[in-house]
Design a protein around this ligand. Structure first.
Ligand code: KG4
Length: 341
């Protein structure tokens, strides 16, 4: 039996988790900093790192108690080392170094984006590689070719705003609270579409041929703004939310189709904060029936947002491969960071 600790502090969630054999969750604690950042409608790096520092030790203590193990029982400490806010990553990294130094436990440095995709290992057996990893979060709209643990290749990326960012910015102009995703989703659900009604927003990236796979949401954001200005007397918030989601998700499913055609890979794993959205989940399920592929995404919504369990889960696979780092490992804001020791 192997016990692993996962530490996540890359952005605005402080989280630790303890996992047995990479799949049994013994404890997961998440402290969300949303209340601290919402007055600014975005994550303030200085506030984030201070909040991580304030919370992380007490979360760890509670988690260890809940799991009913001692530090000396741990086989590895997995920690997010990139990408993320450097000041925030350093808090988690320092905690991992302390535990490693005191108890002689190996450190596994984890790619946050890969951990989002690998979290499905807590809910089911991993499908056979390679997969198409579709990551839709506050910082990413990308599709990866996931060839094996620690081996990702980017296939498609965003040119500007990520999908989560577009949700947050559009919800801001609609005067919805921050972060806007869940509020915008609720407004969209409440919309009763009228018969024959057309989409007021243009199809995204319609000029792209079958070869080009990319995301871009800034045009949709601008289209929403102009539509709102033209309807400022009684802003149709529910209608805008409904068609914003419809337009945004159509680009996701189109890009998945293109990625399948390009690579021939028919296993799709979708993850990230935006996967908490029920309408997106339904769109992916519909596309799965239409284009005939295997689809996996976290069933538990807590596994969609940033959490320590995904770090411990991926950490177990990397630990089995003996991908350890020394106490002098680095953290980085970069997505394509290579650890040099
Ligand atoms: O993966 P995540 O927790 O962290 C970052 O990338 O920072 O994703 C956060 C993003 C935010 O932009 C938030 O608005 C979005 O996920 N989000 C949603 C929903 N819940 C969270 N977007 C759409 N619908 C939701 N229900």
């Amino acid at each position: 039996m192997a016990y692993g600790l996962g530490i996540e502090s890359s952005c605005d969630e402080t989280s630790v988790a303890i996992v047995r054999d990479g799949k049994d969750l013994l404890s997961l604690k998440v402290y969300s900093q949303i209340d601290s950042h919402s007055p600014y409608r975005g994550v303030v790096p200085e506030i984030a790192s201070r909040a991580h520092l304030e919370k992380i030790n007490s979360l760890l203590a509670v988690s260890m108690e809940e799991a009913g193990i001692n530090y000396s029982d741990l086989d590895y400490v997995a920690v997010t080392s990139y990408p993320g806010l450097v000041g925030s990553l350093m808090i988690g990294a320092q905690l991992a170094r302390c535990i490693s130094l005191v108890y002689g436990i190996p450190i596994v440095a984890v790619n946050h984006l890969e951990a989002h995709l690998a979290v499905i290992g807590l809910e089911r057996e991993f499908p056979a590689f390679p997969w198409l990893g579709v990551l839709l979060s506050g910082g990413n709209s990308s599709i990866y070719m996931y060839k094996g643990f620690g081996d990702l290749e980017i296939l498609a990326d965003t040119q500007d705003d990520s999908l989560g960012e577009a949700f947050d910015k559009v919800s801001a102009v609609l005067n919805l609270p921050y972060p806007g995703g869940p509020y915008l989703e609720a407004k969209a659900k409440a919309y009763q579409m009228k018969k024959g009604e057309g989409n007021p927003f243009p199809k995204l990236l319609k000029e792209d041929g079958e070869e080009k796979i990319r995301f871009s949401y800034s045009g949709l954001k601008t289209a929403v703004l102009y539509y709102l200005r033209a309807n400022s007397e009684t802003p149709p918030v529910e209608k805008i939310s409904y068609f914003f989601q419809k337009t945004a998700f159509e680009l996701v499913t189109r890009n998945i189709r293109k990625a399948i055609t390009k690579t021939g890979i028919r296993t799709v794993v979708a993850a990230g904060g935006v996967l908490a959205n029920e309408t997106l989940r339904e769109s992916l399920e519909t596309e799965k029936q239409r284009s005939k592929f295997n689809l996996f995404y976290p069933q538990k919504k807590i596994y969609c947002t940033d959490n320590g369990a995904m770090v411990a889960c991926l950490g177990y696979q990397l630990w089995k491969q003996k991908s350890f780092v020394g106490l002098d490992f680095k953290v980085s804001p970069k997505r394509n960071f290579e650890q040099t020791l």
